[in-house]
Design a protein around this ligand. Structure first.
Ligand SMILES: [Zn+2]
Length: 107
């Protein structure tokens, strides 16, 4: 499994996915990178059939809002194996970072 990191506030332990200069919850400036399990569940998903200009040619592709085990919520590309179909609540695992951001795969 690929490694996926988030940032954690040293003061209040709040987690955030993109790097920030200070904690979005308490404002402390001491953040450090923490490893995540890479596992989560689909909260919501959709298939993009008419993408924005820069993603033209990649359609159709799936985007999901994923609740990670650690309590963080991320929006990511979703890889659905051929013959499968995604559903809300399905388990997903982090697969890597692509140009568009994090990529998760249906388990
Ligand atoms: Zn904080």
């Amino acid at each position: 499994m690929a490694a996926f990191s988030a940032f954690q506030c040293d003061t209040c332990k709040n987690l955030s996915a993109p790097p920030h200069v200070s904690c979005g919850r308490c404002g402390a400036a001491t953040l450090r990178s923490v490893a995540l399990s890479g596992r989560g569940r689909i909260l919501s998903y959709t298939t993009i059939r008419v993408p924005p200009m820069r993603f033209r040619g990649q359609e159709p592709y799936d985007i999901a809002v994923i609740d990670l085990e650690e309590g963080l919520r991320v929006t990511a590309r979703l890889k659905v194996p051929i013959g499968r179909e995604a559903a809300i609540g399905d388990s997903v695992v982090f697969e890597g970072v692509v140009e568009e951001g994090p990529l998760y795969r249906l388990v």
